[in-house]
Design a protein around this ligand. Structure first.
Ligand code: FMN
Length: 180
């Protein structure tokens, strides 16, 4: 598939059919994430893949926020991946501190997009999720206190075959050559 075609095909999938995701497909998605670039090649991430029914139902309720009414679709997801921000290497940590940039979030974001694009290519759907109960999910998944979940990704087979039209800013509004 042409790269831009794949990029256009990826979308946030907010509803999944009741079908198991093959472990080799999950691992291929993680492999794509593993190969992502990161500041000083620090690779500050760990992917906790949840596909056990009992654990899934426990953490889904910590992602679906019934008060605000957000992320209800996760209840249909057969796989949830919690992406944990790991300790950065020294150069990345020093660079981050001097330049006041959160390289961990950036690194994880890039790796997560690799994961999502690979999933799309495999015919799977994903949704990147930033709204969840970090501390409660950490506890449920045995994630150490001094770590945080940066993002969560839901993964499964899309229950809707028709891709949505992309709503994006126009290219002339986001690009400048040579001067801001
Ligand atoms: C960092 C981040 C956090 C997000 N958090 C959520 C979320 O909690 N719930 C949700 O439904 N979508 C979430 N999204 C998905 C965005 O809403 C979505 O990517 C955007 O609207 C563009 O739509 P598309 O992915 O279908 O192209 C998140 C995306 C990113 C990159």
């Amino acid at each position: 598939m042409e790269f831009l075609e794949l990029v256009k095909l990826r979308e946030s999938v907010r509803g999944y059919i009741d079908k198991k995701v093959e472990e080799e497909k999950i691992l291929k998605c993680i492999e794509a994430a593993r190969l992502a670039p990161s500041a000083c090649n620090s690779q500050p991430w760990k992917f906790v893949v949840v596909n056990d029914k009992e654990i899934l139902s426990e953490i889904k309720n910590k992602i679906y926020d019934s008060v605000i009414g957000i992320n209800k679709f996760v209840l249909t997801a057969p796989v949830i991946i919690a992406v944990v921000g790991e300790k950065r290497n020294l150069t990345s940590a020093i660079g981050s501190s001097i330049k006041k940039k959160d390289y961990t979030s950036m690194d994880v974001g890039i790796a997560v997009e690799h994961l999502c694009l690979q999933a799309t290519e495999l015919g799977l759907g994903t949704c990147i999720i930033g709204w969840f109960k970090n501390e409660e999910i950490k506890k449920a998944l045995g994630i150490p206190k001094n770590r945080d979940i940066e993002l969560i990704v839901s993964l499964g087979y899309n229950n809707n075959e028709n891709p949505r039209e992309k709503k994006r800013k126009n290219i002339e509004d986001i690009v400048a050559f040579n001067k801001y």
